[in-house]
Write a protein that binds this ligand. Structure first.
Ligand code: HEM
Length: 128
């Protein structure tokens, strides 16, 4: 019984650690060395309903498939198409699971000199 309790506590802890690591990564604490770099100028070109990229926490997502499914409406998505939507996204208080779900649509990250959410080994301080 004791063992079972400890093991379920460990499981919970592992889940929390995994979750916070993932979120720190999503929110820019870690650099995805393997991720393709895409500049803002490139992102800007993908600003249409049938070709829509968006920047969240320095990472670029292709959200074309999701525009018409967005519970907050297609209009806001198009307003941020080809642009940085991080602060609008945060201000709505989207559920963190939303961020986890769209990881499958992650296509790249901004080059170092265009990032806002820098990790601690870079020059400017992080703002979150
Ligand atoms: C990749 C970007 C985005 C994704 C994947 C996304 C996803 C979602 C999801 C799943 C919801 C349902 C509520 C929840 O689970 O939190 C939601 C709600 C909402 N979103 Fe987004 N969203 C994105 C970007 C934005 C942006 C840029 C805005 C601009 C302000 C926005 C505005 C809203 C609003 C207003 C709601 C609330 C709708 C309501 O409750 O009536 N979203 N979004």
């Amino acid at each position: 019984m004791m063992v079972a309790t400890l093991s379920s506590q460990n499981q919970l802890l592992n889940t929390l650690v995994e979750k916070s690591d993932l979120l720190s990564w999503i929110k820019g604490k870690f650099i995805g060395h393997h991720l393709r770099e895409i500049s803002m100028r490139q992102v800007e070109r993908h600003n249409k309903i049938d070709d829509c990229w968006i920047i969240l926490y320095d990472k670029i997502y292709d959200i074309t498939f999701f525009i018409n499914k967005h519970p907050g409406g297609a209009e806001v998505m198009l307003e941020y198409a080809g642009r940085d939507a991080t602060f609008a996204f945060e201000s709505i208080g989207h559920d963190l699971d939303v961020l986890k779900k769209i990881q499958q649509n992650l296509i790249g990250q901004l080059p170092k000199d265009e990032r806002i959410f820098l990790s601690k080994d870079e020059l400017r301080p992080r703002i979150v």
